[in-house]
Design a protein around this ligand. Sequence first.
Ligand SMILES: Nc1nc2c(c(=O)[nH]1)N[C@H]1C(S)=C(S)[C@@H](COP(=O)(O)O)O[C@H]1N2
Ligand SMILES: [Mo]
Length: 299
Amino acid sequence: MTRRRIDRLTQDDVTPKELWLKRRQILAGLAGLGAIAPMGARASDEPLEPNTFEEITTYNNFYEFGTGKSDPSKNAHKLQTEPWSITIDGAVEEPVTLDFAALSEIPTEERIYRFRCVEAWSMVIPWNGFELSQLLDRVTPLPSAQYVQFETAVQPDNMIGVRRKVLNFPYREGLRLDEARHPLTIMATGLYGEPMPNQNGAPIRLVVPWKYGFKSIKSIVRITFTEEEPFTTWNDLNPSEYGFYSNVNPNVDHPRWSQATERRIGGGLFNSRQDTLMFNGYEDEVADLYEGMDLTVQI
Ligand SMILES: Nc1nc2c(c(=O)[nH]1)N[C@H]1C(S)=C(S)[C@@H](COP(=O)(O)O)O[C@H]1N2
Ligand SMILES: [Mo]
């Protein structure tokens, strides 16, 4: 596993994709070829051509800042990200709280992942972050712990969607512990080598690339180990439409639309609609997590 720190860019160091690709090649040359290959790239033959920084930061779902795709990029500048901390508690021997300085010390690496929203659109995003297991290892779970629940910050004064109560906030999500510890599951602190933009879940958010996008909860302040399957926001709202597992699955349609294909944002007129891949293309890596489960029933 490669581990490297991505230096923060300066304010005016906007990264056009070509320049960023060139920088990656230089880094690849320095680090030795192969060391730079992101894990996600092995999942299928599709070359992962990332979406632009502009696309990734202007077409978002972040209901704390409104329900429209362009609302987060307009409203999320109000998110207060300093000070920030994550508390890890619940079924553990001793809870810990990590402040942002402690979180920033964890070395990051780049992961280029497909990202598939349950609404049948998708992107490819070059995240920077570290494996969630590195955070979970900071505590000793009780033997009875089976799941983790995640919770987003609630800042009513800064979050128009919270004031309007468009969802049952705080936004909460959850994973089974083996899913949470899977090496593809990351805590992302940036993208394109820049600190995480507010609208994408600053300063730190979850990314679970084989599950529908709503599992990848943003702006996390709490991780709680639990014995039972935890409360999760969308599952609570409508369990028949949003399962706890919500693995990307082209063979199980959403009750109101097909999940067989997806619209790649920015994909152009002719190649914008493409087949959705089982587990979003990460089947080789994650299928064994679900051995013996009927994925048409346990959605
Ligand atoms: N706290 C919080 N996290 C969230 C959401 C949200 O509304 N609030 N939306 C989810 C959904 S539906 C998607 S598709 C992704 C979108 O991530 P992106 O805007 O970085 O592409 O964030 C997920 N995480
Ligand atoms: Mo989504």
